[in-house]
Design a protein around this ligand. Structure first.
Ligand code: PLP
Length: 404
């Protein structure tokens, strides 16, 4: 008789976003006349930029002709895309990353969860708290996290690095040395980030302690401040201690298109084993490449036309972020984020906990957001709003919140 992977049974029961969906649909059933505005979404809403649509059409046409048809893509991605990434995301920022250190994939969620396969089962992971839930859950599935304590909402074998108002949402070096450190900067959910010199300290810490940093830069395109690194490889020594994960989802609206990449530098080794070689082997065995059509669309992200159009798209969302941030501040809230990320993280008022504020906001403003406690114990007492809605809805939502 087969046995299932018990680790899956350890995952806590309810998934945050399905709990929210249930609550919202119950509210709507009782109040069918209310017009809800959703500022909880972690998905883009603007259509794909014209330069990308053009590239998609052209690639589709190529696939319909015998001489330009493409079958399986190279495991690591097409050269045209990898060199566009190397040039635009790395060379232009002074990072010494070559095209053959870039692994094209179908998104950062897969990469950030699959990357843990490179590490032994007893590696100790450290995560920021609050955290993008994928990092923890994928390690739970791999049996690396120990026992879950429902009361503290913590795993016995995970090192939590609280990021709160008190430390400016900057993770502090943990007492116990971790093996694998997950950093998501700019951060989802807090919308905050750290300076380049603070990131350099993390790189130095990892090199000194023989740890590795998994650096999720999915929100890189939203950085507006000069002293924030766009890539961890802007820091000296990062090539011997960091893997960087990127996505086309948030900077180019590819959430329904699917494209991402991971950088595993050739200098990244443990004893004599190359992590670059391991990831190449893993890709070769378990992944058959991102579609040709989509990789051509990714190439268009780096065209002059594409860059200009996407700059506007990011600016559109960041205008929403500023509407949310200034609106909340006017209404007397304590607010974070929204400067280098499309997320606004607010302190819940009047000692409400995160779910109490969720209900309060839903009932009194008909606005849906995300309770901070859903991202980890240190998220309790906070709440996330996102800038991914339409401008009109965002403005209307803030008018309602101000009247509460
Ligand atoms: C949205 C998001 C991603 C992107 O995932 P894709 O699979 O590329 O769509 C990755 N990491 C974080 C933290 C995110 O919020």
């Amino acid at each position: 008789m087969f046995q299932v992977n018990d680790n899956f049974q350890k995952l806590p029961g309810s998934y945050l976003f399905s709990t929210i969906a249930k609550k919202v649909s119950a509210y709507q059933q009782e109040n069918p006349d209310k017009n809800l505005i959703r500022l909880g979404i972690g998905d883009v809403t603007q259509p794909l930029a014209p330069a990308i649509i053009k590239a998609l059409h052209a690639a589709v046409d190529e696939m319909g002709a015998a001489e330009t048809f493409h079958g399986y893509a190279p495991d690591l991605g097409y050269e045209f895309l990898r060199s566009a990434i190397a040039k635009n995301d790395y060379e232009s920022r002074g990072c010494d990353i070559s095209a053959d250190e870039i692994f094209v994939s179908d998104g950062a969620k897969c990469d950030s969860s699959n990357i843990q396969e490179l590490f032994s089962a007893d590696c100790k992971i450290a995560v920021c708290d609050p955290v993008y839930p994928v990092y923890v859950d994928s390690n739970v599935m791999a049996g690396r996290t120990g026992v879950y304590d429902a009361k503290t909402e913590m795993w016995s074998n995970v090192i939590y690095m609280p990021c709160t108002m008190e430390n400016g949402f900057v993770p502090e070096f943990p007492k116990e040395t971790p093996d694998v450190i997950y950093l998501c900067l700019p951060n989802n959910p807090t919308g905050t980030t750290i300076t380049k010199s603070q990131l350099q300290e993390w790189v130095d810490y990892a090199n000194k302690n023989g740890a590795i940093i998994i650096y999720d830069a999915a929100y890189e395109a939203y950085i507006s401040e000069d002293d924030v690194a766009h890539s961890i490889y802007e820091c000296e020594g990062a090539k011997t201690c960091a893997i960087e994960i990127r996505s086309f989802s948030k900077n180019a609206g590819f959430t329904g298109v699917r494209l991402g990449f991971t950088v595993v530098p050739k200098d990244l080794k443990r004893q004599d084993v190359s992590l670059h070689g391991m990831w190449a082997r893993r890709h070769g065995t378990k992944f058959n490449g991102a579609p040709y059509i989509i990789q051509r669309a990714g190439e268009a992200v780096y065209s002059e036309e594409g860059k200009a159009q996407l700059k506007e798209q990011v600016a559109y969302y960041m205008k929403n972020a500023s509407v949310i941030k200034s609106g909340l501040q006017e209404a007397g809230y304590t607010v974070f984020g929204g400067v280098n990320a499309p997320y606004i993280w607010l302190k819940t008022p009047d000692q409400m906990n995160s779910w109490e504020f969720f209900d309060y906001l839903l009932a009194n403003a008909n606005v849906v957001g995300t309770p901070g406690s859903g991202f980890g114990p240190s998220g309790e007492g906070y709440f996330r709003l996102t800038a991914f809605g339409s401008y009109e809805n965002t403005v209307a939502a803030l008018e309602r919140i101000k009247k509460m």
